[in-house]
Ligand binder design. Structure first.
Ligand code: CA2
Length: 189
């Protein structure tokens, strides 16, 4: 579908849009108000999932996971997503079933997934199966460097279905993860 050249400024300063149609002036010097058909301008949607115990961030083990709380992390991610033009749906659950259902729901509703599955990373074939059927790219995130810790953390089932993984950089792992998923999605368009 053809898209008229409606600038972001014009878009934000008074024109309305719905269902692929923009009503408004092509530019502000024009007196004429027309209806323009346009490809819908929607931000890329990222489902950002945090798994078990990540609600405890900033509360315990700051030497491993830093002092930021989950709320701090959310604010940081929302700020970075805004800069990248991404919309994020930031979630956390301690229940494996929630994570599986959210990943299943991403198909058709999200453009990409960012996943810190917590300890389920190292054990959950259910999460791996859900990711395998999601048909959207996923980036795996860890606050800690899972390769510098106990041997059982070396194995990641999530990695088998992830486009890539960022670990060991604390909150900054999430920032880099957002940049990575953005770059993956932009290069696909
Ligand atoms: O480094 C990561 O992000 C992990 O995914 C965190 C998981 C761990 O099991 C993975 O091996 C690596 C654990 C999340 C627990 O988070 C807590 C935070 C503060 C206090 C207690 C737990």
């Amino acid at each position: 579908m053809h898209c008229w050249d409606v600038s972001a400024e014009n878009f934000l300063s008074g024109n309305s849009w719905t269902n692929g149609i923009i009503y408004g002036r092509l530019n502000w010097s024009s007196k004429e108000v027309k209806t323009y058909k346009c490809d819908i301008l929607m931000p890329l949607e990222i489902l950002l999932i945090n798994g078990p115990n990540l609600n405890m961030l900033g509360v315990r083990q700051p030497e491993v996971y830093g002092r930021s709380s989950l709320k701090d992390l959310r604010i940081l991610c929302e700020r970075e997503a805004g800069l990248l033009g991404l919309s994020i749906d930031f979630r956390q659950s301690n229940a494996e079933g929630d994570l599986v259902s959210w990943i299943q729901g991403a198909r058709g509703s999200a453009d990409g997934i960012m996943l810190n599955a917590g300890a389920l990373t190292h054990s959950s074939i259910a999460l791996l199966d859900a990711l395998a059927s999601a048909e959207v790219p996923a980036v795996e995130i860890h606050m800690s460097n899972i390769h510098r810790r106990e041997e059982f953390r070396e194995k990641s089932y999530v990695s088998l279905c992830a486009a890539g993984m960022v670990c060991g950089l604390g909150s900054y792992s999430y920032v880099l993860g957002l940049r990575a998923i953005h770059s993956i999605l932009i290069s696909r368009q």
